[in-house]
Design a binder for this molecule. Structure first.
Ligand SMILES: [Zn+2]
Length: 123
């Protein structure tokens, strides 16, 4: 399994694959050419520590026409490293650090480190 080999090479241990971002989170980009942009997380690659964010890091792909799709230049978001994005707290309305908390009923949640608001992953 190629994915597994690359993970070993980069020294990413299994316990490190939990990220602060999840699919459908609102995140703000804090570095790079799309700095300041806010978008929704479309895809998460835990082992590569990368996420695809809507409208961020747009690359042009030159597609060859296939029987299923037309050719031409297609613009699509490419993965960005998770260290370049922060989760947007719905209460603080800005990128915040994420903490983890265990509720009384035992469920683990992510919280905003600023205001303590629980940040849930939307469907
Ligand atoms: Zn907050």
């Amino acid at each position: 399994m190629p994915l597994f080999r690359s993970k070993a090479r980069r020294g990413v241990k299994p316990h490190q694959v939990k990220l602060h971002v999840r699919k459908n989170d609102q995140v703000v980009v804090i570095a790079g050419k799309d700095k300041g942009k806010i978008g929704r997380v479309l895809q998460v690659f835990p082992r590569r520590q990368r996420v695809v964010v809507e409208g961020v890091n747009i690359v042009k792909r030159h597609m060859r026409p296939t029987p299923y799709a037309e050719g031409g230049i297609v613009e699509k978001p490419a993965p960005v490293h998770i260290s370049n994005v922060m989760v947007v707290c719905p209460k603080c309305m800005r990128g915040v650090k994420i903490g983890r908390k265990i509720l009384e009923d035992g469920t683990k949640v992510r919280v905003c480190k600023k205001c303590g608001e629980i940040i849930e992953a939307k469907e």
